[in-house]
Ligand binder design. Sequence first.
Ligand code: ADP
Length: 450
Amino acid sequence: MFDKILIANRGEIALRVVRACREMGIRSVAVHSTADADAMHVRMADETICIGPAPSADSYLNVAAVMSACEVTGAQAIHPGYGFLSENARFVQAVEDHGLTFIGPSAKHISMMGDKITAKETAATLGIPVVPGSEGGVNSVEDAKKIGRDFGYPVIVKATAGGGGRGMKVAADEAGMERAYQTARSEAKAAFGNDEVYIEKYLQRPRHIEIQVFGDGQGGGVHLGERDCSLQRRHQKVFEEAPGPSISPESRAEIGAICANAIAKMGYRGAGTIEFLYEDGEFYFIEMNTRLQVEHPVTEAIFGVDLVREQIRVAAGLPLSFSQDALQINGHAIEVRINAEKLPNFSPSPGTITQYHAPGGLGVRIDSALYDGYRIPPYYDSLIGKLIVHGRDRTEALARLNRALGELIVDGIDTTVPLFHALLQERDIHTGAYNIHWLEKWLEAGGLER
Ligand code: ADP
């Protein structure tokens, strides 16, 4: 096992990794930008090192700075968290070339899944059902229009290098295709430096269902069921739950086995998430994330496992500590993302926390880097915390969410907490009758003002 792990991230996820390290008796090294000198992950880690100025490009995304921090502190392994360098194959290669361990999959698997066209092709080869669409990239508006006619409108134009919901545009009909195609391309160019796009059938009322998988890198693989992340705004998740209210034990077992077999066949190492759209009982692969997800705690809650600990163990060459049969679902868990954003427009709301009180009690978990007096820097993602509740069933989890939200105090800035209070008033949330378009429609219809 490693003696020391460097965490190439910040905020709640860096703190999450510090916690796993501490429980495993491993020393943790926090890296930070000058803007994060007072951050909680820095306060809690065993060692800290400043890697550059505030902008991410000069600090958390600066490969040379992260590598030197490893060298200076003598860390043997790097945990990337999510975002930043977590899915950067060049970084992983550099880590391996320096004789260090990347806590995650191989550079090969990351680049395979990072390119969404290759990912879809690979998934199809491994027996995973995919969304119908173009074969490979689409290089002209004429080709795009032909695909629209072949598959039938609406279709969605997506960036092959995509992520975070960027570079995605829907074309409702042929008249809208040119605009969708050009906008997706230019957004993709600006966001990823790669303007290649592909086209998929646009599903009208699917749910977003993702399967948590884990591979030991030696031909073994398991799945840890699904998460339903259908409540999204601008293709970004805000509320996630496990198990999915619409998934039967039979379909879970079936899609789970397909995913577990696929990653076993790939020889995949570590945690991964295979994302699907789910409509009329059918699963359609959209992408695979080769890292820990923001919403991993709901899976941890219902299976009673520590996914970060497992990532570290597998990276150190140890076998998985659970077999498929040992993984049994216990109850229901829900996570809500607390962002420093002002409603109703979700505009960034950085600033100083004047008062913070975290909820507690049975079945409540807070993953957050907040504290009284914390100054949220304006440079990074707006996620400031996650509230996760666990109950014996969905009804109890929802009641607990309501109770815990009522206890939470975050003063000094605006947050997305009122959104969740409002959502809990909605019948559809209680019956679980929502798809990926529900939240946007509800917001447009003035859901927040009611
Ligand atoms: P990203 O990597 O940017 O998150 P994804 O491919 O995972 O992109 O898609 C993100 C979200 O966009 C999905 O959860 C879904 O809401 C929507 N989406 C993507 N593809 C389709 C599709 N073919 N039909 C309908 N919605 C889609």
